[in-house]
Design a binder for this molecule. Structure first.
Ligand SMILES: Nc1ncnc2c1ncn2[C@@H]1O[C@H](COP(=O)(O)OP(=O)(O)OP(=O)(O)O)[C@@H](O)[C@H]1O
Length: 372
């Protein structure tokens, strides 16, 4: 695979505050790559560095192997679609898409052909003469994408382009965008803070927080093999517990010893134990490796999301079995449900659901005490 963009040891600060810290990333030709992370983690800044709207304090941006740190945006073969799509309100759909080609003095016949091709790609054939002000949000965003693609950039940067759309439209557009990327073969660098969106659309996901990259991988890798507690927690819900790796394939937590699939951590080493809610099995009380009481049950459509209090730790469990609040139940964890991670600076910092709800409980207790 051909590398199209390389970020090498990029550091960037605003007003003395570091926003990107020693970031390294390779972006490949024909790739749908997504920068994913919480608000303020530096995703947009990274996109702006690729687009040429910012320059790094340290490090280099390479395009097809050539340093482009100081090349202005209009000279880069890169285009950007923003959340607010900034169409020209006085121009119709055809003229909005044709605009970049007219600027480049492309011959008239060629413009016609290219605009029609692009409108067909974004499923807006027949809308040529429509005023853009009379389009829905999703249709306007598709015009913006057609306009960004019409001059065939090698890379398209998309900064939360679906953020302003309602959920249904957003889901439809996710499918559309993925299709457009595959059909055109143009590299898409997509920014979102929505993990579901990132997992469903991307070839590669880059998980970031606080100006650092935590993990780069396929959606399946990122979900199944998160590298630390931050990634595990940010990508889907997780139960994160303090544990001790006793020896290879044996871990203890919550006062019990469990067989697991992990090794090479050493003996008696403190670790983070991560268990996905869908990997927790609910069994009758007497069959449980752990036992607890159900404190809440929420119907989610396909499954129930239940909270089980096991000695003060609140497990989140997804199950299709119905259980009642206050029911005493058992929990079984198969070895492949248990993921062991090295303790990192992120351990115990990122509230998994349980610590979050535990915190909430503490806060409400404090509030109650204060009220008395
Ligand atoms: N031009 C600027 N001047 C000063 N601070 C800035 C500038 N641009 C970004 N920042 C700061 O840098 C940090 C990272 O911002 P950035 O927009 O890259 O994050 P983000 O991950 O895209 O967040 P969001 O999802 O909220 O857009 C933020 O704290 C932001 O306030």
């Amino acid at each position: 695979m051909k590398k199209i963009i390389e970020l090498k040891n990029i550091t960037k600060a605003f007003d003395g505050e570091p926003v990107l810290q020693n970031v390294n990333l390779d972006i490949y030709d024909n790739e749908f790559i997504t920068l994913l992370g919480p608000s303020g983690c530096g995703k947009t800044t990274m996109l702006r560095l690729i687009g040429g709207f910012e320059t790094p304090d340290e490090g280099d941006v390479l395009f097809l192997g050539k340093k482009i740190n100081d090349v202005p945006p209009y000279k880069r073969n890169v285009n950007t679609v923003f959340q607010k799509y900034a169409l020209f309100p006085h121009l119709n759909v055809f003229e909005n898409v044709a605009f970049p080609l007219r600027e480049k003095k492309v011959p008239k016949g060629e413009i016609e052909a290219k605009v029609h091709e692009m409108l067909s790609l974004v499923a807006l054939s027949g809308f040529e003469n429509r005023a853009v002000t009379r389009l829905s949000g999703g249709q306007q965003q598709r015009v913006a994408i057609a306009r960004a693609l019409v001059a065939r950039p090698q890379v398209l940067l998309l900064d939360e382009p679906l953020g302003a759309l309602d959920l249904k439209l957003r889901k439809d557009m996710q499918v559309e965008l993925k299709k457009i990327q595959k059909q055109t073969g143009i590299t898409f660098v997509f920014v979102t803070h929505d993990q579901e969106e990132a997992l469903s659309m991307s070839d590669t996901v880059v998980v970031m927080s606080e100006g650092k990259i935590h993990q780069i991988g396929t959606p399946i890798d990122i979900y199944n093999e998160p590298q630390n507690a931050f990634v595990a927690d940010f990508i889907g819900e997780s139960n994160i517990l303090d544990g001790t790796m006793l020896e290879d394939y044996k871990v203890s937590f919550s006062g019990q010893t469990f067989p697991c699939l992990d090794k090479d951590f050493g003996r008696n080493v403190p670790v983070d134990v991560v268990v996905r809610p869908e990997d927790v099995d609910i069994v009758p009380l007497e069959q449980g490796q752990l036992t607890g009481v159900v404190t809440s049950v929420t119907f989610m459509g396909v499954h129930y999301e239940i909270i089980v209090d096991v000695g003060g730790f609140k497990w989140m469990v997804q199950t299709t079995d119905f259980v009642d609040v206050d029911e005493h139940i058992g929990i079984v964890l198969e070895p492949d449900a248990i993921h062991i991670m090295k303790k990192s600076e992120y351990s115990n910092r990122y509230g998994d659901y349980s610590s979050f709800s535990n915190e909430l409980e503490e806060l409400s207790e404090i509030a109650e005490e204060e009220a008395e």
